[in-house]
Design a protein. Structure first.
Length: 126
């Protein structure tokens, strides 16, 4: 019987070893002598993204003043995320969106109040 190199499992070869491998399957590699390697990089801080989200949410209670600062921090965080200096894109994006929604809500509320005051002043009788 001749050896067929395209059929690794042949009768008469109980372990499926090809010729040229006299020592069997290779063993697991050893760890290098110089240590475990570089390892993983620790996560980068998300300070601006966290500030953007927190300040935008607090803007509901502060008439949108901190939401403006939250939007600014959100855009700063998005710029740093694009450059690879920071993580937390989702949090920064949420901070920007929530900030704009809070600012728009308070501006709409202020416009309704101003229109109501003007309408009340025009309809008053002396």
């Amino acid at each position: 019987m001749t050896y067929d190199p395209y059929n690794p499992k042949q009768p008469g070869d109980p372990y499926g070893q090809q010729p040229g491998q006299p020592y069997g399957q290779p063993m697991y590699g050893q760890q290098p002598m110089y240590g475990p390697g570089y390892g993983y990089q620790p996560p980068k801080p998300q300070t601006n993204a966290i500030l953007a989200l927190v300040l935008s949410c607090v803007g509901l209670a502060t008439c949108g003043v901190t939401a403006i600062v939250g939007v600014i921090f959100g855009h700063i965080a998005m710029g740093k995320i694009r450059r690879g200096e920071e993580d937390g894109r989702g949090m920064a994006l949420a901070g920007v969106i929530v900030g704009y929604v809070v600012i728009a809500g308070w501006l709409l509320y202020a416009a309704v109040i101003i229109i109501a005051v003007i309408a009340a002043a025009n309809h008053s009788t002396y």
